[in-house]
Design a protein around this ligand. Structure first.
Ligand SMILES: *Cc1c(COP(=O)(O)O)cnc(C)c1O
Length: 373
């Protein structure tokens, strides 16, 4: 199996796995307990909280552990909107190209009286600050625009959007699941008030993530999961020390490895191989994170190719079967793709094991597929 789906889940780093396993028995006490074993587990968690805070220019008291970016996004939007500070503000600005979970949270919020503006990305796949500013209303409570798009790899101008929100006194949340530990993030420099991240997009284990909340203690955020006061009362449930340890280890190791990985070279190899084999292609979205490539192959029945090669290549497709029909992904739809074009689109995302040879193999298989009949 040749894996091209690191944006779906990044292969777990050996070190993150080991940190998890070691922590399972080493820190098996409840981190909320007052005895020495509990305190040890607590300290392990706090070390990771500090590490994450340092990585984004925050303070540890502003980091809340969650089960992942989906939960962080839920806490960010639902939790903040419940705040008394935002009592009369019923408008949310987001984009059509957000991760499905943001769209699903916003869909829910619409059913309880909020109105939501879903901005359409421009032809490059970007949400510009100008578009956000145009959508501002007197009752806008929060703007939620992702940092890096998970289907396109495009990078949104978070600093400009943050500045505009700051000037208009509007909270700004960004889903940074695809950018955390990959791009430099400074929550003050970017004027970000809330930021979601996830361990399994950076080589950690699934089931752990975090939400950064600016001055978390000052805001009367309503928890999504009520509990026994863990995570400054914002997220109930015993904190999963081994998962936190895996996230911490990924945070330590991933950024350097990501920086020294040759993703641009792999990307160039991909296009040069396609040219070489005379396979027509278009790259979707302006170039952003080189780890993620969205590719339309107009002359190839990509759906059939993927179906017949699912044992050989792990690739994400640009369309998905909904209840009735095959539909273009909402991200491609937001770029104006029809169903046929979406069906000819794949997403490749690289990891540390992706080699030029992986790419040669894929293009070879595409070439054989085209020329078989
Ligand atoms: C993967 C992903 C999520 C969901 O993260 P989980 O930790 O799996 O809940 C949310 N947003 C983006 C942009 C993602 O890539």
């Amino acid at each position: 199996m040749i894996y091209f789906d690191s944006a779906g889940s990044f292969p777990v780093l050996d070190e993150a796995r080991d940190a998890f396993i070691n922590s399972v028995s080493k820190y098996s006490a409840n981190p909320s307990s007052d005895h020495a074993a509990g305190v040890e587990a607590f300290e392990e968690i706090e070390k990771v909280r500090e590490l994450i805070a340092d990585m984004i220019g925050a303070s540890p008291s502003e980091i809340v552990f969650t089960s992942g970016a989906t939960e962080s996004n839920n806490l960010a939007l639902k939790g903040l909107l419940n705040s008394k500070l935002l009592e009369n503000k019923k408008h949310i600005i987001t984009s059509q190209a957000e991760h499905k979970c943001i769209l699903s949270i916003c869909g829910y919020l619409e059913t309880i009286g909020y109105s939501v503006t879903y901005l359409k990305p421009n032809a490059d796949g970007i949400i510009t600050a100008d578009e956000v500013i145009k959508a501002f209303r007197a009752d806008t409570a929060i703007v939620s625009i992702m940092h890096v798009n998970n289907e396109l790899g495009t990078i949104n101008p978070i600093a400009e959007i943050g500045e505009a929100c700051f000037e208009h006194n509007i909270y700004f949340h960004t889903d940074a699941a695809q950018s955390f530990a990959k791009l430099a993030i400074d929550v003050d420099g970017l004027n970000v008030d809330l930021l979601s991240l996830s361990a399994h997009k950076i080589g950690g284990i699934k089931g752990i993530g975090a939400l950064y909340i600016r001055e978390a203690r000052e805001l009367d955020i309503t928890p999504v999961i009520h509990g026994a006061g863990q995570e400054i009362g914002l997220r109930g449930g015993t904190v999963a020390t081994p998962l936190v340890a895996s996230l911490g280890k990924a945070c330590e190791i991933f950024p350097e490895r990501f920086k020294s990985a040759q993703f641009s070279k792999l990307r160039n190899k991909l296009t040069s191989e396609l040219v070489d084999k005379a396979i027509k292609y278009e790259v979707n979205g302006v170039s952003g994170l080189p780890q993620i490539v969205s590719l339309t192959l107009p002359e190839i029945d990509v759906m059939t190719f993927l179906l017949s090669h699912r044992e050989k290549f792990a690739l994400a497709q640009g369309s998905a079967c909904s209840s009735k029909d095959i539909e273009a992904s909402h991200v491609l739809k937001s770029l104006g793709f029809d169903r046929d074009k979406a069906e000819r689109t794949i997403r490749l995302s690289f990891d540390f094991s992706t080699s030029e040879n992986s790419i040669v193999e894929l293009v070879k298989a595409l070439h054989c597929f085209v020329n078989q009949d």
